[in-house]
Design a protein around this ligand. Structure first.
Ligand SMILES: [Zn+2]
Length: 235
């Protein structure tokens, strides 16, 4: 907390030379196509018959831990959009997520609606969230940011400035208000389109139906020729 007021200034000083290097290298170096942009990405990196699963609002034992078991069993990698307060409560679960090879996403410290926030306030929140994640997992790579409620406001630009790509979704199935596992499965099966990033929740309440639905849907999708992928870095 003590260092918070100093961090943005240091980052700003670095931003100009880094941007200049990026401009020069960007013309010849295809790897820089991975640099985050202020575009909100909602598709997988592979496209085609692929789906990207993303899970918001955790970590939330026991649902997150059970979900990790399901993903491990099916060899699926996903994105976890972490809620900072929950990271502080359950840092050991964040370590499990990373140990299993999943990708991290910053979902804000307190799940605030940031639509009307000025850039400076957004920046402080995102930095605090990333610091909480890295207190749990030193040096953790956090390539994505997702605005709570999808209330983007100025957040995609601030996130890009901090090295994180804004991550949206193409399909939400309303699992925050659990409608029953069978209904969740139906919504997923009917709603998934080629290259879609799918929004699901492992935290913010009892998410056992989501975990059960995912356990059923992954093998069903695979048997139809779909494969599980990760989101693109830019749209
Ligand atoms: Zn959320």
């Amino acid at each position: 907390m003590v260092n918070r007021s100093r961090r943005p200034r240091r980052a700003r000083l670095l931003a100009i030379p880094l941007a200049a290097i990026g401009l020069v290298l960007g013309m010849t170096h295809p790897a820089l196509a991975d640099n985050p942009t202020s575009t909100v990405v909602d598709s997988t990196r592979g496209g085609g018959m692929s789906v990207g699963l993303t899970f918001d609002d955790g970590p939330n034992p026991p649902d997150t831990l059970r979900l990790l078991g399901v993903l491990r069993e099916h060899h699926v990698k996903a994105v976890f959009c972490l809620w900072g307060d929950h990271v502080r409560q359950h840092p050991e679960v964040v370590r499990r997520i990373v140990a299993d090879g999943h990708t991290l996403c910053n979902h804000g410290m307190h799940h605030d609606d940031m639509a009307a926030w000025p850039a400076q306030k957004i920046r402080a929140d995102l930095l605090e969230t990333s610091a909480a994640i890295r207190a749990a997992v030193p040096g953790a790579h956090i390539p994505y940011f997702r605005a709570p409620y999808g209330s983007w406001g100025q957040t995609p630009t601030v996130a890009a400035d901090l090295g994180m790509q804004a991550l949206g979704w193409r399909l939400a199935v309303g699992d925050w208000d659990p409608p029953g596992t069978a209904e969740l499965i139906r919504r997923l099966r009917e709603g998934i389109t080629p290259g879609a990033v799918v929004l699901l929740h492992d935290g913010g309440g009892d998410r056992s139906q989501t975990v059960d639905a995912v356990a059923a849907v992954i093998p069903a999708l695979r048997s139809e020729g779909w494969h599980l992928s990760l989101p693109a870095r830019r749209g």
